[in-house]
Write a protein that binds this ligand. Sequence first.
Ligand SMILES: [Zn+2]
Length: 379
Amino acid sequence: MSEYKICSRCVMDSSDPQISFNSKGHCNHCTDYLSVLQNQNNDQQNSKIQLEALLAEIRKDTSSKYNCLVGVSGGVDSTYLAYLAKEKFGLRPLALHLDNGWNSKLAVKNISKLIRKLGIDLHTHVINWDEFRELQLAYLRASVLDIEVPTDHAIRAAMYRTAKDNGIEYILRGYNRHTEGIIPKAWTFYKLDLNNLLDIQSKYGKGTLDTYPMMGTNEMKKIEREYGLKTIAPLNYMGFDEESVKTLITEKLGWTPYGGKHHESVFTRFYQGYILPKKFGIDKRRAHFSNAICQNIMTRTEALDFLDSPTYDIDTQNLDREYVIKKFEITEDEFKAIMGQPVRSHFDFKTELKSKIRKKYLDPRNPLVRFVKRKANFK
Ligand SMILES: [Zn+2]
């Protein structure tokens, strides 16, 4: 075990095994992120022009009913993006929601309000719950880190398929480097790795995946090539102040806030607030708070105080734990066994990542890694 170390400027620490520190004790995460923010400030005018050019390109498509596809989860980023697309960018978006069975009631309410107020069409893709449960359980039993892959992979695949079926050329992505700028590579896995998913499923899942939306990298590239499908992340071109965005969507769309980031899904809340910290020693708030520190909206002392308190309300954690066990149809003992199992690497299973890329993938400072990372961060 190497010695515990924490950054002297943000709150990232050695729970990221790949973290590195300079002579001032500043870590690679805040160092990189601050330079991104700096470039962004210097480049605001340019970003505005680039975004305008992209939007003009999308508006050119007047032939089909929709000219872009927006994924909606009920969360802040995707709600704001849908609002911008319709009200500010003057686009004709189709909204897509993936229902994996874990939506909080509030998320469902937020989405239906959003759709009504904006007057846009919504396509909801409901995943077959039995298949999905087995897939998620396979990930849990395999003891690998990124149990969100089944959801994130399906979102990406469903987006591509829906865009293709509706003749839509542009996918607008809610990814936002302002609030998600710091995410250590070692805390997630490559979401598009279909080989990895299928291998985990075949070794630890029951039944087959007959309707679950999945798509290999080659099929995605083929759709991009043949249909000219492009993905853009407009929020990356703009300033983003989370508090004022929340106020705006609350006022304009009747949006109701959740307790924490990504708490629109009960599973995500439980995964990030319970499974990740207890089993993998990862507290994702560290990354969110470090972002906030770099943006001067939180002090390091405040962040450290927050980190000392529970990831979220303990009573809700206990209720979620009970709910998750029941919904997975497993026993208390099996859940305990899953939590106590030694952690395994995703690389213990088949992977699409070629050995050369794979080696670089593990070094967070390599430019190639960032390329893979950008793709992997799709939400
Ligand atoms: Zn740092």
